[in-house]
Each structure stands twice: as C-alpha cells, then as structure tokens.
Design a protein around this ligand. Structure first.
Ligand code: HEM
Length: 210
C-alpha cells in the first residue's frame, strides 16, 4: 500500500502540531529585525545631517559614520526590509495565517487582556495563540512599517512618486511622518523586548520553532 501524507490522525502529525512558528516565519522575523536595526540606526545618522528638531542622535548609536555612508546602509537595508516584508505579507495573507493569528481583535478584548496582564493573570501557556494586546501590537507594527516604506519612497524619489508625495502632505510633511513612524517603531521594539524578556520561552520558540 502506498504511504499516505500525514494527516492529524497519523503518527507524524503530533510533531508538526508542536510547531509554534513555521520556519519561514522565523527566518523572516529575524531578517526583519536585522533590517529594522540597520534602517533605524542609519536613519538617525541621516536625520543628524539636517535635523528638524533641536536635538540630534548621539553619533555612537548611529550607523554609517557620515551622511554618505549612512545613506548606503539605509538603501541596502531598505531592499531587505521591503523584499522580506512583501514576502511575509504575501505568505501570511496567502496561507490565511494573517487572519487566523491576528483576528478577531476588538477594543473590548484588548482592554480585557490588558487588564488581565496588569493583574498578572494573563496565561502564556499556549504560545501558538497571541492574546489581544499582542494581536493589536503586531498589526500596528505591520501597518507602521508600511507607512515607513511609503513615506520613505517619497523621500527617496519624490519626483517619481509625486501622487504619493501629495497624498502624504508634501515632502516636508512626509519627512515628519517618516520620523514619527520611526519613533513608534522604536517604542514597539522597546516594549516587545520587555515582553520577550518576561516570557523567555517565546524567544526559544521564535528561534527553534517550538
Ligand atoms: C526589531 C524589530 C522587530 C520587529 C518589527 C518585530 C516584530 C514582530 C512581529 C510582527 C511578531 C509577530 C510575528 C508573526 O507571528 O507573524 C513578532 C514576534 C516575536 N518577536 Fe519580534 N520583532 C522585532 C525584533 C525582535 C527581537 C530583537 C526579538 C528578541 C530578542 C524578538 C522576539 C520575538 C518573539 C519571541 C516573538 C514571538 C512572540 C510570542 O510568540 O509570544 N523580536 N515580532
């Protein structure tokens, strides 16, 4: 008799069922994290060359050394972030994972899970399911990165993307949007890292898959 592919009833299934994050997701998550670090640190150096607030970022936490070098890093990181992000979205939407993992999410559910978390009553037993606060945070950061890419396109090729430039309120306004979206991304990463530190098992799962 021919061997049939694994189904939930065959012995191979429990091993697959133990997987919390599929391999492609883990690879893309870490590529994304690397790209975000490159983009943010080189972006700070680019901002320092023409700041619009009365502060600059300490040189030691920027990347690229000088404006030209930082631009090279930013453009290299840009392709990584863009290609990886596009593939992540395509796979997530195409496999239906996006809707399974991140929806439904509701204001009431987020408030309830936030309340439970603040009282130390939020369960982390099953890492396959994100709580409502996580769902909202992850959806937020996905949209935030899309905003960063779109406003970045305007700053990069403002003449070619003239419609997008006008939709974002002109070149100077797009620059502010890009900056604030960066600040929100950095805030997300800070909170994300604290959460990971509180549930170290989740880090193992994002590396090994289970
Ligand atoms: C730097 C930018 C980062 C961004 C934008 C980011 C974004 C995300 C997103 C969107 C998810 C959900 C992925 C999905 O299920 O489709 C996620 C999950 C996760 N991330 Fe990150 N991440 C970043 C960096 C990091 C770093 C540096 C760490 C660890 C040191 C980390 C650890 C994790 C873990 C452990 C999970 C799974 C959480 C869980 O299962 O409860 N991330 N991240």
């Amino acid at each position: 008799m021919m061997a049939s592919p694994a189904t939930p009833d065959t012995p191979a299934a429990p091993r697959a069922a133990g997987v919390i994050h599929p391999g492609w997701l883990r690879v893309m998550h870490w590529i994304n994290a690397l790209a975000v670090v490159i983009m943010v640190m080189s972006g700070w150096r680019i901002y320092n060359a023409a700041p619009f607030f009365n502060f600059v970022f300490p040189k030691d936490i920027t990347l690229g050394g000088w404006l030209g070098g930082a631009l090279q890093w930013h453009f290299a990181g840009m392709w990584l972030l863009f290609a990886n992000g596009l593939l992540y979205l395509a796979l997530n939407v195409g496999t239906g994972r996006l809707f399974r993992k991140f929806f439904p999410v509701s204001p009431r559910g987020v408030a309830a899970d936030l309340g439970a978390a603040l009282h130390g009553k939020l369960s982390h037993n099953d890492l396959r399911h994100y709580n409502q606060v996580q769902k909202l945070a992850y959806l937020f950061v996905i949209v935030d990165i899309v905003v960063l890419v779109l406003s970045g396109l305007v700053l990069w090729k403002s003449v070619q993307f003239d419609l997008l430039r006008e939709l974002l309120g002109g070149y100077e306004f797009a620059r502010r949007i890009h900056f604030f979206a960066m600040a929100l991304l950095v805030a997300f990463v800070a909170v994300h890292l604290v959460m990971v530190a509180l549930v170290p098992r989740s880090l193992i799962a994002m590396i090994r898959g289970k």
